[in-house]
Design a protein. Structure first.
Length: 293
């Protein structure tokens, strides 16, 4: 609740970042750097809602996400920094001033971060098993894009995954997607362990439904569209229904088992697997899913 109750103010524009939502890197008046996503985003009206409630849903299940805050963006800031405006084929569009979503930027001189790992590094990820639970949550939440994560160093050779970018949860920024279970899988399937969902039922007991609904009601009115509320309610209903959770779990366990066998065989045949999986992982995954259907 404090993330909404005490909004920061944007102090400095640093640079544009990659992504369809056209996020920007800013420094806030607390001296920290944040990845900021503008309200009334061109990607879709539910983007900020999805980012907030997706982050909070992950936290409720004990999954690591960056801390987020609401940040006030002023007209004067936008006028001074036209480099942060939306870029379109017909020219730049000025974002609207007001409250925006911002998540902590975790990269720093003393905190190296990796967006992509070679397969040989996955064994170093201390919370690698969390990817199975994340996939299950994303299926129940109708996440329409590949799950994204970054990897932080935890020691001389250890790594820890942090899950980022929740804007495509709950049917996507426009709440119009009906994705298949494979859509939300992490791009490199080798990150998943063979026993995908060991102990996931214990995680479901941790969910604090009242806290999530309380946070939802505290969101700014223009972040809460009818379609966002409807899709979030569907997600909560699925997670609260043991049979729905079982069906979602079975679907991803079957997909993971098939992919695990295929990828192990391909690894034995190709010494270029690390390169191939990053370039063609999504396409190969879709092909395998169609073959199984």
């Amino acid at each position: 609740m404090s993330a909404l109750g005490s909004a920061l103010a944007v102090a400095e524009f640093l640079r544009k970042l990659r992504g369809r939502s056209q996020p920007v890197l800013v420094r806030a008046n607390d001296g920290l750097m944040y990845v900021l996503k503008f309200a009334h985003n061109l990607q879709g009206p539910n983007l900020l809602f999805n980012e907030v409630m997706g982050s909070e849903l992950y936290k409720a299940f004990g999954l690591p996400v960056p801390e987020w805050r609401s940040i006030q963006v002023t007209d004067s800031f936008l006028d001074r920094n036209d480099s942060c405006w939306f870029q379109t084929e017909s020219g730049p569009i000025r974002p609207e001033a007001g409250l925006c979503f911002a998540s902590r930027f975790l990269t720093g001189p003393r905190q190296p971060v990796w967006e992509i790992l070679p397969g040989s590094y996955f064994g170093r990820v201390s919370n690698r098993g969390a990817f199975g639970l994340a996939w299950l949550l994303d299926v129940c939440a109708q996440h329409s894009e590949n799950r994204q994560a970054i990897f932080l160093r935890t020691g001389d050779s250890g790594l820890r995954a942090v899950f980022i970018d929740h804007g495509s949860m709950f049917g996507g920024p426009n709440a119009c997607d009906e994705p298949e279970p494979l859509a939300a899988r992490y791009l490199d399937p080798r990150v998943y362990v063979q026993e995908l969902l060991t102990g996931f039922r214990r995680g479901s007991d941790m969910l604090k439904w009242n806290s999530l609904w309380g946070l939802l009601k505290a969101l700014p009115a223009d972040w809460r569209s009818d379609s966002a509320l409807e899709r979030f309610a569907v997600c909560i209903s699925r997670l609260a229904d043991p049979e729905s959770v079982r069906r979602a779990a079975d679907s991803i366990v079957d997909l993971n088992r098939s992919t695990f066998i295929c990828d192990e065989a391909e690894h034995l045949r190709s010494d270029r697997f690390d390169t191939l999986v990053l370039c063609t992982g999504a396409r190969r995954a879709r092909t395998r899913h169609n073959a199984l259907a």
